[in-house]
Design a binder for this molecule. Sequence first.
Ligand code: COA
Length: 307
Amino acid sequence: MIGKICGTGSYVPVEYMDNHELSRTVETSDEWIRERTGIVKRHIAKEDTTVSMAVKAAKQALTDSELCEEEIDLLIVSTISSNVILPCTACEVQKEIHAINATCFDLNAACTGFLFAYNTAQAYIAAGMCKNVLLIGAECLSTLIDWKDRTTCILFGDGAGAVVLRAEKGNLYRTVSCSDGRKGTALTCDTGDYIKMNGQEVFKFAVRQVPEAIAGVLKENNLKEEDIAHFILHQANRRIVEAVARRMNVELDKFPMNLQEYGNTSSASIPLLLDEMNRQGKLKRGQKLILAGFGAGLSWGASVLEW
Ligand code: COA
């Protein structure tokens, strides 16, 4: 059995901060941020929390899937910014949407989190442990940002994306998933502190490892670049996406981007993009997509998704 996406949803707070507004609080400029990152604005939660954003994205995904909440038997939330340590965000979402039959847990693998959660859901389905999975990436990163640190505050934003996976007959694709804790100091957030990052190290890591992971997953599944309709990369930075496309020798228009609108929303970025593309009718049944994530840990990987 394989999990097929039968519903998507997303939510971002209405409030946002554009580059011009940011440049009034730290020494930066719209031009610098656009040129180095491609980001134009980021949505920032005022009233919303990680749980409330996750719930709104989840409800949309459930409506789109035409499944009812009681049919969900696994609910995973990927997040690094839960409201509280206990109970986990997934249980809080369960309570709000009445998914009473779901096993619920959170997964923390930073910006690779949604990809690893997707793989976990597929493994549960393949093992016959569940049939219908609600998978959410939700982040309130504005609470983990030092708004006086121009090297990080320009990059991140808040939001949530969700997908519903339903078990169908089919073969499981092989995945590439990697972690290297030895390089963890490149991107950290100590308890009670803010996100700190060695931007250049993370940049170099991403442009080296992501093309390698994608090449690996294509080879493992006997696929070629031309078999893939879209490469859905974690939305961290336009220059990273461009460098990956260049290294792979694949045209950039196969790499959809919405980071200009949301910044880097960590776990939420891949499902946010999937939902946007789904609503715009850009995804067709049977198409093969590659999902690729990378981030703190360090961790990274790539998986095939058949739409
Ligand atoms: N505005 C204006 N200047 C800034 C700035 C900002 N927001 N942030 C840093 N600078 C300055 C630096 O202080 C430095 O000045 P100096 O030359 O006088 O010392 C200069 O710009 C260059 O800094 P550098 O860090 O070399 O810039 P960069 O080209 O590496 O770009 C990033 C910085 C963060 C945009 C880039 O490294 C990056 O995108 N890294 C990956 C980050 C990422 O995506 N992380 C999440 C992965 S999940």
